[in-house]
Design a protein around this ligand. Structure first.
Ligand code: ADP
Length: 503
């Protein structure tokens, strides 16, 4: 009997801190893996950039490493899927492929004044109405505007059709397909503040207000479209059959296919995504976006972003030098039974959902003369938990959402103390799946689905399996007291940068 040939799927994951690539087989078993760091450029305080050419070269390097690790040739790949850091913006020359500026990373704040000018001009309501997004420098639109303003002659060149602009998915696909496909998908486009959430196309009225010519922008396709072939990269036509922004891919990987299902990712930032079904849903403080367009159907979602989750651990490690590595936080925080009233509000670059205060700044409050670094480290872990409660409570304001558990993923969920405290403060079980690589698996499964390797969403949902469920153990009274303290501490940080001189 002849053995059936295995089919291989390539997953491309262009993240904020690193680029990764996975090869899995059609039984979803990992056969190969590659990862390499990206250089973070900090041109000014509050600004983060990436070198677009490095994004490309590092991504190619890890794809090759994953293929080597899997001991397969590109010709053995059936399909590829791509997921990426969202909202990060690039502008490049159509003819030469040369970027005109570094990629302005999602967390970068240099376009705060651009957004303020739009709000002052009275288009804040229009932006929210069309895109679902609360105007903020997070999204690609203001970053593109900022680059066009900064580079002499760029606006005219953009109008002449000499420059292209897009998110990381468009940049990578354009390059990996030998400049044949200039495309993006609904999930990425919905986080640019340029896509109309109802028509799923760029909104011409908004583009007019922004001064961003439509001809700069990619064609928006469903998330399981054919995005082009990797022939230019591999010499063999491997099709890209799924593209999803990282958070939406995470919701897909956590099997959040049905309305009302939610996941929380604890990465550098924290993001709650709730599947809201076939129509955009407006909930105060949260943003509606497109989850995906798959199988001819569009699913919407509501999102709650917290800028600093694991980021706070990096700050404790790099700036305060209280820990050597992020995972140490669990041991240190576990050495004390409570923070003894200390709260750390990680509003380093302002607060996102649900309060959206770009002028808030971080604070450690409630310090007494018996406070030690253990209390501060524990307060940092607790800050992740409280921010999740903030966004989940905001989502609960829509009474059709009843959360009886929360599925979690991301680098920080290896921290058992964090997961336990999360269950305690929410009062519902927190479920950590066996596969915490929800993002990359999400897009690889979407790619497999689009080529018929899986029969449908139910198959995929059945493949999701829990690793550990953390049941709430704390009394509700205690949990509510702790959370009330957080709300008070958070309020203290509000509007800080406008009240206090920075220098
Ligand atoms: P991203 O995809 O945003 O780069 P990851 O999902 O890889 O992030 O998660 C990395 C983040 O998680 C880092 O900010 C790190 O500080 C934090 N982190 C990693 N392990 C732990 C841990 N055990 N406890 C707390 N935070 C952690």
């Amino acid at each position: 009997m002849r053995r059936r040939m295995a089919q291989y799927i390539l997953g491309i994951d262009e993240g904020t801190t690193s680029a990764r690539a996975f090869v899995i087989d059609d039984g979803a078993v990992v056969r190969g893996f590659g990862q390499a760091e990206l250089t973070q450029l900090y041109p000014r305080p509050g600004c983060i950039e990436h070198d677009p050419m490095q994004i490309l070269s590092v991504q190619l390097e890890v794809i090759r490493a994953a293929l080597r690790d899997a001991r397969i040739t590109p010709a053995q790949l059936s399909v590829a899927g791509l997921t990426n850091q969202r909202e990060t913006a690039l502008v490049w020359e159509k003819d030469s492929g040369r970027p005109v500026h570094n990629a302005v990373v999602w967390a970068s704040r240099q376009s705060v004044d651009v957004v303020q000018a739009w709000v002052d001009a009275g288009i804040g309501g229009l932006i929210e109405d069309r895109t679902g997004l609360i105007p903020d420098a997070l999204y690609a639109a203001s970053k593109i505007r900022w680059m066009l303003d900064r580079i002499p002659g760029a606006q005219q060149r953009a109008e002449r059709g000499e420059l292209l602009a897009g998110t990381v998915d468009s940049w990578l696909i354009w390059n990996l397909t030998g400049r044949r496909s200039f495309v993006t998908d609904y999930s990425n486009a919905s986080r640019t503040m340029m896509m109309n959430l109802h028509t799923l196309d760029w909104d011409d009225e908004l583009l007019g207000h922004y001064g961003i010519p439509r001809r700069m922008l990619a064609e928006i396709r469903p998330s399981d479209a054919h995005f082009g072939d990797l022939e230019a990269t591999f010499g063999t036509p491997v099709p890209i059959r799924a593209t999803l922004g990282d958070q939406q891919a995470g919701l897909f990987g956590q099997a959040g296919y049905r309305e009302g299902q939610a996941k929380m990712t604890f990465g550098t930032a924290g993001v709650l995504n709730v599947n809201s079904g076939a129509a955009p849903r407006r909930i105060s403080g949260l943003t509606p976006s497109v989850a995906w367009g798959i199988g001819g159907r569009v699913a919407y979602e509501v999102e709650g972003v917290a800028f600093a989750m694991g980021k706070t651990m990096q700050w404790l490690r790099d700036e305060l030098q209280l820990i050597h590595a992020a995972p140490d936080s669990e041991w240190y925080a576990g050495q004390v039974a409570s923070t003894e009233g200390v709260y750390l509000v990680p509003a380093f670059t302002g607060l996102a959902a649900p309060t959206w205060d770009p002028h808030a700044r971080a604070a450690i409050v409630g310090i007494s003369n018996t406070t030690t670094r253990l209390h501060i480290i524990r307060a940092a872990v607790e800050s992740m938990v409280y921010q999740t409660r903030d966004v989940l409570d905001a989502a609960r304001a829509d009474s059709s959402f009843v959360f009886d558990e929360l599925r979690v993923d991301g680098g920080a969920v290896r921290n058992d103390l964090l997961c336990q405290l999360q269950a305690d403060i929410l009062g519902i079980p927190v479920v950590r799946p066996r596969n915490t690589e929800a993002t990359i698996f999400g897009v690889m499964l979407a790619a497999a689905l689009s080529t018929g390797m899986h029969s449908g969403l139910d198959d995929l949902a059945a493949a999701w399996a829990p690793d550990r469920t953390f049941e709430p153990q704390m009394s509700r009274d205690r949990a509510e007291q702790m959370y009330a303290g957080w709300l008070y501490a958070r309020k203290l940080t509000g509007n800080w940068s406008t009240m206090v001189p920075a220098g």
